[in-house]
Design a protein around this ligand. Structure first.
Ligand code: AMP
Length: 213
């Protein structure tokens, strides 16, 4: 199965992708994580991508698509995957089709902008495995330490208030049109992203398992 999780930054795509990956037995492919790893490792593409990520903008399609293609080639994704953070605009969605990737289902996690600001404002991520936490809604058991792998938790550079506003603006301008795009293809479901984490997972699973090819 190939599933796309759509939604604003902070809508819960990463968290749901981690849970669904385990339940469905398919990997998550997160372009945000791929880009952050490339920046951390100072690869040529990572160095090019850094300023776009830091300012809250989108990394140019040509760079992201190359990173995604490399990742899919080097990792075992033959049984399908969950795409988190890709596509981010209509051009990327068309590129996915040109790559011959056939998507079974697209889930849009709907969360209003104010909730997004609160969520991203208190977010911390694991510097080791990338797991997400929140200072109020999902604190780690030990302060600043990841429950899963024990690495230090950090605040992402692009989770500052100004950058959050820019990411929301970019989301509405570039990414939100994908809701219409996939709606027209008849493979889109809308899921309320403001319920409890478990309820959201349940709703997504009900939808995707009903329509799996
Ligand atoms: P995320 O972790 O999905 O919020 O992504 C973090 C940042 O990585 C975004 O704000 C963008 O700068 C960049 N990014 C991630 N995925 C994409 C994509 N598909 N296209 C362009 N930029 C991306």
């Amino acid at each position: 199965m190939k599933l796309i999780l759509l939604g604003a930054p902070g809508a819960g795509k990463g968290t749901q992708a981690e849970i669904l990956s385990e339940k469905l037995g398919i990997p998550t492919v997160s372009t945000g994580n791929i880009i952050r790893a490339a920046i951390r490792d100072k690869t040529a593409l990572g160095v090019e991508a850094q300023s776009y990520v830091d300012s809250g903008g989108l990394v140019p399609d040509i760079i992201v698509v190359r990173m995604l293609q490399e990742y899919l080639r080097e990792n075992n994704c033959t049984d399908g995957y969950i795409l988190d953070g890709f596509p981010r605009n209509v051009q990327q969605a068309q590129t996915l089709e040109e790559m011959g990737v056939s998507i079974d289902h697209v889930v849009n996690l709907c969360v209003d902008d104010e909730t997004i600001r609160q969520r991203l404002g208190g977010r911390m991520v694991c510097s080791g495995c990338g797991c997400s936490y929140h200072i109020a809604y999902k604190p780690p058991q030990v302060a600043n330490i990841c429950d899963s792998c024990g690495s230090a938790l950090i605040v992402r550079k692009d989770d500052t208030p100004e950058t959050i506003d820019e990411r929301l603006r970019v989301y509405h301008e570039a990414t939100e049109p994908l809701v219409k795009y996939y709606g027209k293809k008849g493979i889109l479901s809308m899921v309320n992203g403001s319920c409890s984490m478990n309820r959201i997972t349940e709703n997504i699973l009900n939808l995707v398992l009903l329509t799996v090819r």
